[in-house]
Design a protein around this ligand. Sequence first.
Ligand code: HEC
Length: 160
Amino acid sequence: MRILVGVLICSAGALAQQVERGDTLYQQQCAGCHALKGKGTAVGPDLNGMARLTSQAIAMAVRSTATQYVQSVKLKAGDTIVGMPGPKDDKTVSFWDLGKKPPELRKMDKGDVAASTNTDAWKHPPAEAKIEAEQLADIVAYIKYTATGSKRAVSPDEVK
Ligand code: HEC
């Protein structure tokens, strides 16, 4: 019994440390573009929904260089921006300009857009930077813990 309690306390301690490391990494590398439990800027998709998936699935999405939503937006004024669609209503549309660091929300009249098409020209920053498995494991543990209360540590092997 004493041994079992010891193991439990020890693994809880390891998880707490992993979540703390993941929190720091997430604030540095992800929070500028993703909201999680109301914190962070929602440029990219909200991560609360994804958090219920397996660590492998989350890691695959982070490492993916394919895009589902990012658009190449040609404006009638002449310039083209690579942007993530933001809030819109009957008359206006908006895009997070991914060429800006941090991304800037640009709101415009629907009529200002000449054409908007899917593009793979933009690469997800953690994929581009080839994020290390150790760091990604900490970040995934933080996301899961924060969004779902999951108390399971994530090993780097799960997110390679
Ligand atoms: C410069 C902004 C930016 C940064 C920084 C960024 N992301 Fe993203 N992320 C996006 C955008 C935009 C998408 C959507 C891409 C698409 O599919 O078109 C995305 C997609 C994702 C997805 C897939 C979500 C889904 O529902 O399909 C996950 C998971 C994710 N990011 C996690 C992360 C993590 C973790 C980090 C930090 C290590 C991070 N992102 C850093 C902008 C960013």
